[in-house]
Design a protein around this ligand. Sequence first.
Ligand code: PEP
Ligand code: MG
Length: 576
Amino acid sequence: MSPLRLDGHGASRGTALGRARVRMPLTQDVAEKRIAAGAVDAELQRLHQAIESARTEMRELRQRLQGALPAEAGEFLDLHAMLLDDPELLLALDERIRSQRYSAAYALRVQRDTLAKVFEGMEDDYLRSRLDDLDHVISRINAFLHERPANVKGLAGEILVCENIAPSELAQLQSQGVVGIVTSAGSPLSHSAILARSLHLPLVVGASGALRRIHDGAVLILDGSSGEVTVEPGADDLRQYRQRQRELAREQRELGHLRSKPTRTRDGVDITLLANAESPEDVAQAHALGAHGLGLYRTEFLFLQRNGLPDEDEQFRHYRDAVLGMSGYPVTIRILDLGADKADRNGLVAGHEENPALGLRGIRLLRAHPRVADTQLRALLRASGYGPVRILLPMVSAREEILAFKRRVARLTAALRAEGHALAEQVALGAMIEVPAAAIALPGFIDQVDFLSVGTNDLVQYLLAADRNNEAVGELYSPLHPAVLQLLAQVIDTAHRHGTPLSVCGEIAGDPRMAPLLLALGLNAFSLHPGTLLEVRRTIRDCDHAGLRARADKLLQARDRRGIERWIAETAPSAP
Ligand code: PEP
Ligand code: MG
């Protein structure tokens, strides 16, 4: 019998072979189920065993990772262990099974909802955000309630199969040994996908039916490029898997030759490749691959995977090290862009917005938390004493926001200088162009910024009214729309006319297939994750710049996605 294959979208490259760890979504209706009076004791025992297994798992994990985890991750685990011993949770569960004869899974569900109401009603933001921890613990108990082969323990060598994954979970999962992730929902442009790429953790998203069709403990092969998931692979699949790994290694070796080569088109036009980074590892990789600087350092990941906010000194050291890591190249650090799908554990992000993508995120959220903004800005300004720092503002929609921010920078600069800090003479300030209003109104505020960075991930979502995380509108969410290309061309043009440096830092810049299109629109600086930097460099080196510019009109006349795709196919460079 041939193995089952599921098709999703490749969201983070690399292949993985491992056992499936199926995590059912908590919100998935655990149907109300009552058990027979005679089954109560057995059900209680089953629940207690699951809780005990979750406890043991937590203890073992804590021991295994002793010393290897940052302090905050250790705190998570302690907190989870505490919740597993919480009498309120445990007694109420027993009671529900005994008196109401609920199944263990349903009792967990009901108890979770009861506690969730208590958490949500809390005044204290920090305590309110502990709901995430409660959910995590309940999902671990749930996993043990579902049948698993007795010899399957921990997460090492496992592929997590779940409905969706939050950015805040990824690093922890990887440190627990997870080798890949398959989600039934989600999109390759979500922040989780971006972070998975940064962590080099293979990820397939939108594999519909994965939760129904993949059994816990089944062996999987996951291909993070093609999006294919093979369930219980046969001998041929395993051979192909090894072959694919050899190919990937060969490709990486070949690309390695481009490390020290310039990013220059065939007709001699130099293009700037900047790197997107989320971690010190990304910075090191960007430097090693010859990036001309960092075009986007996403600072939110410093805030996400922890309890408690990083203080000024910790942030300062982090930013300073990124600056030192790029040895003299400009380092563009984006101020905190939390909100929407990037919820934190500290309660900065309100959990109850109806439309979080249109709500308090990015620069708006920071205006609501001026102390958090000041702390970060002070740290950034102090880092500017060690090399060229550029500050980037996310989610700008109006000139007033930039003016207010500049006043804040001026005030903090003066205060830091008075305290004796050696700051750079000038710190460049730039705006993300990711809200359509900012793209359209750019001529009205371009005089206020030193550089621009186009965030196509959000620009596409807001321009096309298609959520970047929602698989149901995944078809609509695409940069290959005439409105997107026209607006992009207009923004690039405005920047060139004003002599303002501009790069594109959305995921489109890291897709080698998109490079000819972006060159045709006049883009001369790309900011992309180091993971695809060499591939994009290879494509650009194969392009004829003048030829592409001459075809820009034809591209901008395309009336639909098919027309744009045809243009891309006709224009794909062939190696000389
Ligand atoms: C973007 O929106 O294109 C972008 C680069 O920012 P983020 O993906 O972090 O929202
Ligand atoms: Mg964005």
